[in-house]
Design a binder for this molecule. Sequence first.
Ligand code: MN3
Length: 399
Amino acid sequence: MKKIALLGSTGSIGTQTLDVVRQLNDRFQVVAVTANTNVELLNRQIAEFKPLHVGITHQTLKHTVKAGRGLKIYSGEEEILGMIEVLECDLVVVALAGAAGLRPAVTALTSGKSVALATKEVMVLAGELVNTLICQKNKQLRLQHKPEIDLYPIDSEHSAIWQSLRSGKQEEVEKIILTCSGGPFLGKTKEELKHVSVAHALNHPNWKMGKRITIDSATLMNKGLEVIEATRLFSVSPQLIEVVIHPQSILHSAVQFQDGSIIGQFGFPDMRLPIQYVLTYPERSKNTFSRLSLADVGSLTFAKPDRETFPCLSLAYTALEAGGTMPTVLNAADEVAVSLFLQEKISFLEIPELIATVMSDHSVVQEPTLEAILAADSWAREKSFTYNSSRRTHFMFRT
Ligand code: MN3
């Protein structure tokens, strides 16, 4: 039995992870679940999966969690971090929204647990720090003759890259092909994007996801964050990552090797597939998910992204080039910009403008500590809220 801790069990990835566990219940035991506020669903999950540990972020909700026999309840971030530290499990699934995933992921790794990562912000904010941490921890574990830890991706594109990478060696990789659906506004001009509504932006053609990631898919920031995530997960330079528009979301990403061969992973846009892979890795298990018929799909199309109309993608490359705390600032400014757009306080086209303005005001801290990252995160959030939409940026967009 593989013991799993699931952080963020009531969210979209969390519930789908439990779907996978339900189908493979003879192989996995859920030892811990945590949630933010959705106690009703959390209580149902406790009844069904019988974890030993339960965390609830909002302390005021602690009394509403139904305590079963032997169940330990932790409330608030500090107590949950303490729980992660002492847990005995084989894998910690981090499926928390946004920057909130950072400290739990770092705590899991420092306490010697492998992590399956659904929260892309962790590698965007602290990729270098996390990689160093894993190296140091594994050195310790080797000396103690204990199994080494690793970090596995859940994000569908990164799972596809990870699966494709298994058919060659790291030094044989020529290029990573990161596919992108293009979102609901694919093919639109800047003029047409001036007055798009929130409802329209929330209408993603292929994936049902949370609000922020859906808007990020419409601006292409999601892909920008994924480029940053990929450079850190797979230790490749940004120049080796090519973003390709693929509206059908059937090829989830691919790797081109030095002999010119492209190896990719195809499948329905269904997050349960990459979730199952991360849980059963290095094996593949049977499941009852519907099968993709290439003949039924008929045709797949690919195109270059329009960086003029969707500048968020270039902003991500700029942040990556600046390094240090800049990707943190990019992410935080984007999170605020998206929330302001959802509240109809700024327009769709102002999202990249706000982010570029905040980035241009930031003094980068190189090789940041966790504290410096969190400080840059708060700084960027504050700065973003004071964004004045009449102010136009002269920040240079690099392509
Ligand atoms: Mn993705």
